[in-house]
Design a binder for this molecule. Structure first.
Ligand SMILES: [Fe+2]
Length: 610
């Protein structure tokens, strides 16, 4: 018994430490759900309507709650539980709570009872509108007293459900391993013993079917709490279909299907995408890059210190400009679920209009991967016990092995080399070899625009914490890699992790290799480093120190867009999420011979022999 108590104490301390180290970024982690007790009061009530959602096939709907309490308080709150029957009769072994009342899972969202009804604290009556998405289960709503730290269940609502909770939802496209292959990943409630998943697709007027593979994530494949405990929620079935031998640039329509074994079909709505250009193709190509967007709730729930106010703005700007975007890179810290698995569904719902139309390529960040003792390069708890498993399953990436989250992908005149900063990248490692191969193997005459992407800042940043360390980068970030960037003439390296925007001069070994700021003609002689981690998460402060290499800084939410007009002309733009306007930009104009030209350390020494 003593041992159990000690273990519980250690778990609670660890949970507290975890909150401290993750800066409370996941709002659900503020709720002490393991301390919840039942105090049902016969005069308290909560009613939800309508009870059936998605009657016309919608996967996002609003519900209205009406509720009342005899002892109202300003810290009363409402939690949304899904599945609706949240009071499991037994808590899993690993839950810190091993005795009644058996509240084993965190809500999927929460809001204070007085959010829409300031009079609630006096009248004891209130209402609230919440947005729900279809995520494979029914919902119930619970009125709590006692604040977030000592929650007491005072009333439980009727159940609400989507008409087909298992429906195939939230398709996300990603480039396959070949340039002419598009992958479609989606989520449903249909396992392989119930239905065959497939994509029906084709250019206009034609259609064919391609089967999909199905993956699941179970609790035992995760690494710790809260992912294995109060944050656990069944992520459903995740399907991926590989659409091959696409005609470059052609528009394809597709829909997700499940053929039940009784012969009936379940369909999603119809979507479309444009197939990628072939490597080297000379045409207009537009790429959006950002990190750390996270998710945000349109109904104002799950709010924490204005944490992710930028996230919905960024999403809105991208949707508005979608016809002018060909591919998106979200370079790590994808949704900050931090072990609260329900949030992955909500993120894929938020980005659905984007990810279902253009390839949505992700990189791995600390909030996807890091967990002590699991082989991550950093031994912190930022993934909330997910240790990469959710990111590796919810999104497709053309890696060799998804646990090693580095890959390359070509898009027309661009070659992208995407590193995984949560695994060692230094000289002598497997990842270093991959990076060198990715940079070295591109034919710059066909693909002149060589871009390096990574989550943490391996290059240069004036973020206050990096400046205080004196490194102006992630420690050991560029020491090994800068000679590769220089040798293989990487044009631009972009990072997230630091939540602001910053652009450097073309630089090599701390020295600007080019004095120009906005229009680069000919050889850059170095690499331009960009921090683009301001897509949504709470902003990071800059140092007041002014370095020679920092050309433009912005403490705001935003994202980057690259436009290649042809093999010789590239436009770089930084746009703010609040208005979609351009606040920083530069151009590169050059010819192939400028890439061939030798600069400092970019060619091996020549011989005098003739
Ligand atoms: Fe990060």
């Amino acid at each position: 018994m003593k041992e159990i108590k000690l273990r519980l104490a250690i778990l609670l301390v660890l949970a507290t430490l975890q909150n401290a180290s993750s800066h409370g970024e996941q709002p659900l982690s503020r709720i002490s759900i393991h301390k919840a007790t039942f105090a049902l009061h016969e005069l308290a009530y909560i009613q939800a309507s309508p009870t059936v959602l998605g009657l016309r096939g919608e996967n996002t709907e609003w519900v209205t709650l009406e509720f009342g309490s005899k002892n109202p308080s300003v810290d009363d709150w409402i939690g949304v539980f899904s599945p609706a029957n949240f009071s499991a009769s037994t808590c899993p072994e690993e839950n810190p709570r091993v005795y009644p009342p058996f509240l084993c899972s965190a809500p999927i969202k929460f809001q204070y009872a007085n959010y829409s009804a300031p009079e609630y604290k006096d009248t004891g009556k209130g209402f609230l509108k919440l947005q729900l998405i279809n995520q494979r289960s029914d919902f119930s709503f619970v009125l709590f007293s006692g604040g977030l730290l000592n929650p007491k269940v005072v009333a439980v609502s009727n159940h609400v459900a989507f008409s087909n909770p298992d429906a195939p939802v939230y398709p996300r496209l990603a480039q396959g391993k070949e340039w002419n292959e598009m992958t479609v990943t989606w989520t449903s409630g249909y396992g392989i013993n119930e239905a065959e998943p497939f994509v029906e697709w084709g250019p206009r007027g034609e259609s064919m079917r391609s089967p999909a593979v199905t993956q699941t994530v179970d609790r035992n494949s995760l690494c710790g709490a809260p992912a294995r405990t109060v944050g656990w929620r069944d992520p459903g079935f995740i399907h991926t279909s590989f659409l091959k031998e696409l005609w470059p640039n052609r528009v394809y329509t597709y829909k997700l299907g499940h053929r039940l074994f009784n012969g009936t079909y379940i369909w999603s709505q119809t979507y479309h995408f444009r197939a990628s250009p072939y490597p080297g193709q000379n045409s207009l190509q537009r790429v959006v890059i950002f990190g750390d967007m996270g998710k945000d709730e349109a109904d104002g729930s799950n709010e924490y210190n204005n944490f992710q106010r930028g996230s919905l703005n960024t999403t809105k700007q991208l949707i508005q400009d979608l016809k002018n975007i060909d591919i998106v890179f979200h370079i790590g810290d994808v949704c900050y679920a931090n072990g609260y698995l329900s949030q992955w569904d909500q993120f894929t719902a938020q980005v659905e209009p984007i990810a279902s139309t253009v390839p949505y390529m992700i990189a791995s960040g600390n909030h996807e991967r890091d967990w002590p003792g699991t082989g991550s390069f950093y031994e912190n708890m930022d993934s909330g016990g997910e240790c990469g498993v959710l990111a590796e399953n919810m999104f497709y990436v053309p890696t060799e092995t998804r646990a090693k989250f580095w890959y390359s992908t070509d898009y027309g005149m661009f070659r992208f080399c995407i590193a995984d900063t949560e695994h060692d990248w230094r000289e002598g490692t497997e990842q270093y070899k991959f990076i060198e191969h990715c940079l070295a193997s591109v034919d710059r005459q066909k693909q002149p625009w060589l871009i390096f992407l990574a989550h943490r800042v391996l290059g240069y940043s004036s973020c206050i914490s990096y400046a205080e360390e004196g490194s102006f980068e992630e420690p050991m970030g560029r020491e090994s890699l800068q000679k590769l960037w220089q040798k293989y003439k990487v044009d631009i390296a972009l990072y997230g992790h630091v939540h602001n925007y910053e652009r450097t001069c073309p630089i090599y070994q701390n020295i600007c290799t080019n004095e120009e700021k906005h229009y680069y003609k000919g050889s850059l002689n170095g690499t331009i480093h960009v921090v683009a981690g301001g897509a949504g998460a709470s902003l990071s402060t800059f140092t007041t120190l002014q370095t020679k290499w920092s050309i433009f800084k912005d403490y705001d939410h935003g994202f980057v867009k690259l436009t290649a007009f042809d093999h010789s002309n590239l436009l770089f733009e930084y746009k703010k999420s609040r208005d979609g306007q351009v606040y920083d930009s530069f151009r590169i104009s050059r010819d192939y011979r400028d890439i061939l030209a030798c600069t400092v350390d970019s060619c091996s020494s020549t011989t005098l022999a003739s």
